[in-house]
Design a protein around this ligand. Structure first.
Ligand SMILES: NC(=O)c1ccc[n+]([C@@H]2O[C@H](COP(=O)([O-])OP(=O)(O)OC[C@H]3O[C@@H](n4cnc5c(N)ncnc54)[C@H](OP(=O)(O)O)[C@@H]3O)[C@@H](O)[C@H]2O)c1
Length: 261
């Protein structure tokens, strides 16, 4: 397979991006019938944040691509640290992508799933209070029972693992509920845990043309090195940012059918 490289002509071409990021959850491969894509943003020098948040690294095209990627997911999985820092709540996809999904027989909006053991986000947090689809909470047996009970009123609570959330079990539970196409938006510690458990089938990185310096962390944080080989699928140059899609071998689609030329 030859990676495809292309310049995206402004304005943002949503149809082309939907084709370039199509997901096919095949009933084969290492984990039959499930698929986990991760979407992150980075500076040129590998910073995952600018002034403590990812937003300053991106741009409107990156935001628009995020909606496209969410459109291909049944569920968008995020760690509690990201929800706290980035302020999740409300629609996952823009109206055009909601219509794109509805035209394909899917709910207009994917669901959001929160990964948390501490369950410090209460039912009144916008993540729950402003949700358009009933959210999911992925937690573990060590979570505070009163907080778990409070969230059960506003979300489907899935308990997997004892201390940390057992991510392979959590993804299997999502799949058993019909959520087979997973998009995770991090953050770095959740991505580290997903990578350590060998659950990252695709890593999409939006690279902003700036050098941050300082001591910002990387997009993957984990206790030990655990190298995972990926294969480049495409790199698309937008007005300002570079959008790189990579996949592990078993999931790498043939670039020639991706509509990237
Ligand atoms: N560059 C990017 O694309 C990007 C993307 C997302 C976030 N960020 C940035 O990253 C920073 C947050 O980083 P982070 O690493 O703390 O975020 P994170 O991975 O979203 O959150 C970590 C928290 O998620 C929960 N968690 C994650 N994995 C878990 C597991 N296996 N089991 C149980 N709980 C788990 C825990 O929450 P509890 O403490 O509630 O148990 C943990 O404290 C923010 O500054 C944000 O802006 C950058």
């Amino acid at each position: 397979m030859t990676p495809a490289f292309a310049a995206v002509m402004p304005p943002f071409d949503a149809d082309r991006m939907h084709a370039a990021y199509a997901v096919d959850v095949v009933d084969s491969g290492p984990r039959r019938g499930t698929f986990c894509r991760v979407n992150m943003v980075s500076s040129l020098d590998g910073a995952a944040t600018l002034a403590g948040r990812s937003g300053g690294l991106g741009d409107p095209e990156d935001q628009r691509l995020m909606s496209v990627l969410r459109s291909h997911a049944d569920v968008v999985v995020v760690g509690a640290g990201t929800v706290r820092a980035e302020g999740y709540g409300g629609a996952a996809v823009v109206a055009e992508d909601a219509a794109w999904r509805a035209a394909r027989g899917r709910a207009p909006q994917p669901r959001f799933a929160l990964v948390s053991t501490g369950l410090g986000l209460g039912p009144d947090h916008p993540f729950f209070a402003r949700a358009l689809e009933r959210p999911v909470v992925l937690t573990s047996r060590s979570a505070p029972p009163d907080r778990r009970a409070a969230l059960a009123g506003v979300a489907d609570v899935i308990v997997a693992g004892h201390d940390d959330v057992d991510l392979p079990s959590a993804l299997a539970e999502l799949a058993a509920r019909g959520m087979r196409s997973v998009l995770s938006e991090g953050g770095p510690r959740l991505l580290g845990a997903l990578a350590a458990a060998d659950l990252v089938d695709e890593l999409c990185v939006s690279i902003g043309p700036l050098v941050v310096g300082g001591e910002a962390g990387r997009i993957v944080v984990s206790g030990t090195e655990a190298p995972r080989d990926m294969r480049f699928v495409h790199a698309i140059l937008g007005e300002r940012m570079l959008f790189v899609r990579s996949a592990r071998d078993a999931f790498a689609p043939d670039a020639s059918v991706q509509g990237v030329d």
